[in-house]
Design a protein around this ligand. Structure first.
Ligand SMILES: [Zn+2]
Length: 158
């Protein structure tokens, strides 16, 4: 790692500590960098905003995309104080940055009481058998939205 990369990660770790001490949420921080400059940063805001999706990575991705005025993080680097949870992993893949650096592992997070392993396990389970049952219905009706999308001439693919 270069000195500047180390510096970005240290900032993500600092955000994790600051946010947690301020009572905003868990001890997680994230910094997003493009061309050597920070374009988005965040700490876990779940408690402060009553938003279960306000993980550090999601907060940082939202800010970075707003600053870039784009829904993709082309050529960006994500520095996160901990290995992303399944939700953030998904958000990162949708945002498509170039690479992700992480400090703590998900095992470290589990040891601190943030165990997301059950979510990884739930992905493998049949939807109706999940701990939160997922029940399909009205598919034919909903397919009409996809038909409209397929026919839409001026759509932006992503
Ligand atoms: Zn997460």
């Amino acid at each position: 790692m270069t000195e500047s990369q180390k510096n970005f990660m240290l900032q993500a770790i600092e955000l994790a500590k600051e946010g947690m001490l301020a009572g905003n949420g868990g001890p997680f921080g994230c910094v997003i960098v493009k061309d050597g400059k920070i374009i988005g940063k965040g700490s876990n805001m779940v408690l402060k905003t009553n938003d279960p999706t306000a993980h550090a990575e999601v907060v940082a991705i939202r800010e970075a995309c707003k600053n870039l005025d784009n829904f993709q993080l082309d050529g960006c680097e994500v520095y996160t104080s901990c290995e992303p949870c399944p939700m953030c992993l998904g958000a990162i893949f949708w945002a498509r940055p170039a690479r992700v650096f992480y400090a703590c592992t998900k095992e470290d997070a589990a040891d601190a009481g943030f165990d997301d392993d059950f979510i990884y396990q739930e992905i493998e389970v049949k939807p109706s058998d999940r701990k939160i049952p997922m029940i399909p219905f009205l598919r034919e009706e909903s397919l009409k939205a996809f038909e409209l999308w397929k026919e839409k001439g001026d759509k932006t693919l992503y």
